[in-house]
Design a protein around this ligand. Structure first.
Ligand code: IPE
Ligand code: IPE
Ligand code: MG
Length: 247
């Protein structure tokens, strides 16, 4: 029985979020510059997106660049942005062929102009696709997102379109950049680091976390299947007892 066949289609997560980590270490292992690792990570993005679409996973969110990543050496930041523009421009046709919609979350206005435009164009060109949604987290951090949500809510209170007593969890959820996207049931991080690194802090409240030592450029469909199988063996209790779930 192949790993793919071991996946229970009736217990498939709707949304899987991934912290794609380990490109730099992968490059080092290959005696190359860090950007070589980022370039090789693109294949893993393709694999995972394709696997998600084939399985019927409705949303896949990839952490591609964090707010904190702006603090990396300028040469790496520039090279990453160029890689992003190039990849988006050549992959849009494949996304359309595979009926995949592209979305982006994060402080997109802070991206270089060509990158921002390429991204908006790809989002526009793929907007009617329905099989799977690929969400790229770019210049994203959860604290940025939550701060932005608080600003939006405060403005509504200021101009009296919202009253403080009516604020509930839905108010917050609907002001996040992921508004309308279901919460990820599963979050995968590669490269052996066991941390969240400012990713989807609100949305991951009840997600199952899966960590693998594989470096991102080595991550393949089989690794993705393994994570899903692991997830399917977990008991998600949401604060209840095991007995309550059975009855
Ligand atoms: C993840 O790989 C990609 C980005 C953060 C853009 P890293 O570049 O963080 O690789 P390591 O963690 O240094 O190996
Ligand atoms: C998290 O990886 C951000 C992305 C994968 C885009 P980092 O490599 O930047 O995270 P830290 O610094 O190890 O926490
Ligand atoms: Mg890293």
């Amino acid at each position: 029985m192949s790993l793919k066949e071991k996946i229970n289609p009736s217990k498939l997560p709707q949304h899987i979020a991934i912290i794609m980590d380990g490109n730099g270490r992968w490059a080092k292992q290959h005696g190359a510059e860090r950007i070589y690792g980022h370039e090789n990570g693109v294949k893993s993005v393709r694999e995972v997106t394709e696997a998600a679409a084939e399985l019927g996973v409705k949303y896949i969110t990839l952490y591609a660049f964090s707010t904190e990543n702006w603090n990396r050496p300028q040469a790496e930041v520039i090279a990453l942005m160029q890689l992003l523009v190039h990849t988006i421009s050549i992959e849009t046709a494949t996304l359309n062929k595979n009926n995949i919609r592209l979305l982006a979350i994060g402080d997109l206005k802070s991206l270089p102009q060509d990158c921002y435009h390429e991204l908006q164009e790809a989002i526009e060109k793929t907007k009617n696709n329905t099989r799977t949604t690929l969400v790229l987290a770019l210049s994203y951090s959860a604290r940025w997102e939550l701060t932005d949500a608080v600003k939006q809510i405060a403005e509504k209170i200021e101009n009296k379109t919202l009253s403080a007593k009516d604020i509930n969890e839905n108010t917050i959820t609907s002001h996040l950049s992921t508004a309308g996207i279901p919460e990820p049931e599963l979050m995968i991080r590669t490269s052996g680091e066991h941390r969240i690194s400012n990713f989807l802090l609100w949305q991951l409240a009840y997600s199952e976390l899966y960590f693998t030592d594989k470096l991102w450029p080595d991550f393949r469909k089989e690794d993705f299947y393994e994570a899903i199988i692991d997830y399917q063996h977990r008991e998600r209790r949401f604060g209840k007892t095991s007995e309550q779930l059975i009855s």
